[in-house]
Design a protein around this ligand. Structure first.
Ligand SMILES: [Zn+2]
Length: 401
């Protein structure tokens, strides 16, 4: 299915990507970044201006004489429908091309584990409602699902909590229903992408850990989402802790981090204390009410998460670890994760490491879904061609015309 804003030339995609990354560019700075001839840059920029995807604007430093014309990405060139589907709560919205909601998002309390047949009608209805409210038909749909997505098929594959969604062609179904190109990705990958692009665009690497019903993580390395060979990268929730050999996990194994420190596991530990806790949000309320026994369980969960993350930090040496999800943003979790990483990693990896709660909060998933949709609607020429040209002082020219 084609976007309504044609053409989708990967060289145009590269210009769009460079402008989105930098905020603004001039024709000269684009020439420098790509190594292309001035006439090539002008032609590409003119076609994107004509499509409305670029617009004049941005700060210009005066160097005497007429200042160069600057361009920025025009987030108002179209709208997208985005969804961050969670195990117990989902957020759907119609957004501009930067992921800013154009009207208040819809939050649905759905138990996704009951399967697609039970839950998709409500999701369809909310998406179609948002699509109808947009000024013009949406250009694309981005969806985050809390499930590993097979990199080859694009289908959810063996999701431990959402077993009923195994192999379900969610993307194709929504694409048919809304007649709009639809892209599906693991939810935490989108949260990582959203947080990276909005909050940490200059970070060399970022790990985003979602602590909600389950535990999962996504990584952006060198500006790219890192999915691994099969799409299973970042699956820290099912790393096993030896000290819990009898804690059965949804994946069928014992002692997984998620079965010890995830929201569902914590809720059952808290219920055993005689408190009412059904999900991550009710646990957060108990923590905020000052319940000391609950706080100590939550602190211990943070320590377990930190212990597993310390391994990931030693392995990938990230610049930032962002904690998200209903439980992940809780300060008690953030503090105990941070302390445990410091305890277990070498100073070189941890002395400048930032461990902080998500700044996008409950919008991280929908911002990331918008970023995914724009990336996929206007795919970019492999960026190394541009970088290669720049490292040669712009002398080499790529074959783009
Ligand atoms: Zn498991």
């Amino acid at each position: 299915m084609q976007s309504k804003l044609l053409p989708r030339d990967p060289a145009d995609g590269l210009v769009l990507k460079l402008v989105r990354q930098a905020g603004t560019h001039t024709r000269a700075s684009l020439g420098e970044a790509t190594g292309w001839a001035r006439s090539t840059v002008t032609r590409r920029v003119d076609s994107l201006l004509e499509l409305g995807l670029l617009t004049a604007g941005g700060e210009t430093k005066s160097t005497g004489g007429r200042p160069p014309e600057r361009f920025r990405f025009n987030e108002h060139a179209g709208s997208l429908v985005v969804a961050h589907l969670g195990v117990t709560r989902s957020r759907l919205a119609v957004v501009d091309l930067l992921g800013n909601p154009l009207e208040p998002p819809t939050d649905l309390e759905l138990d996704l584990s009951s399967g697609p047949e039970e839950t998709l009608p409500a999701i369809h209805e909310a998406m179609a409602g948002h699509a109808k409210h947009a000024d013009s038909p949406p250009l694309g749909v981005g969806i985050g699902l809390p499930a590993p997505i097979d990199a080859r098929t694009g289908l959810p594959t063996d999701p431990p909590i959402l077993s009923a969604w195994n192999g379900y062609p969610l993307g194709a179904e929504i694409e048919d229903a809304l007649s709009t190109p639809t892209y599906v990705e693991k939810d935490v990958n989108l949260m990582a992408l959203g947080e990276y692009r909005r909050t940490w665009p200059r970070a060399r690497s970022l790990v985003f850990v979602k602590v909600g019903t389950g535990i999962d993580s996504g990584m952006v390395i060198g500006g790219h989402l890192y999915r691994g060979a099969n799409g299973a990268a970042g699956d820290i929730g099912h790393i096993q802790l030896e000290e819990y050999p009898d804690r059965l996990c949804n994946c069928g194994r014992n002692g997984c981090l998620e079965a010890v420190a995830g929201g569902r596991a914590l809720a059952s530990q808290i219920s055993a204390l005689g408190r009412k806790a059904s999900n991550a949000r009710s646990i957060v309320s108990l923590v905020r009410s000052g319940d000391s026994e609950v706080k100590s369980l939550v602190r211990r969960a943070g320590t377990h998460i930190g212990a597993v993350l310390a391994g990931a930090v030693s392995f990938t040496d990230p610049e930032v670890v962002v904690l998200g999800g209903d439980l992940g943003v809780e300060s008690l979790i953030v503090a105990s994760v941070r302390a445990e990483i410091q305890n277990r990693t070498l100073t070189l990896a941890s002395r400048q490491l930032v461990v902080e709660p998500s700044r996008l909060g409950s919008n991280a998933g929908i911002v990331g879904a918008a970023e995914l949709a724009v990336d996929r609607l206007w795919p970019a020429l492999e960026p190394f061609q541009g970088i290669e040209a720049r490292s040669n002082g712009g002398r080499s020219r790529t074959t783009v015309s």
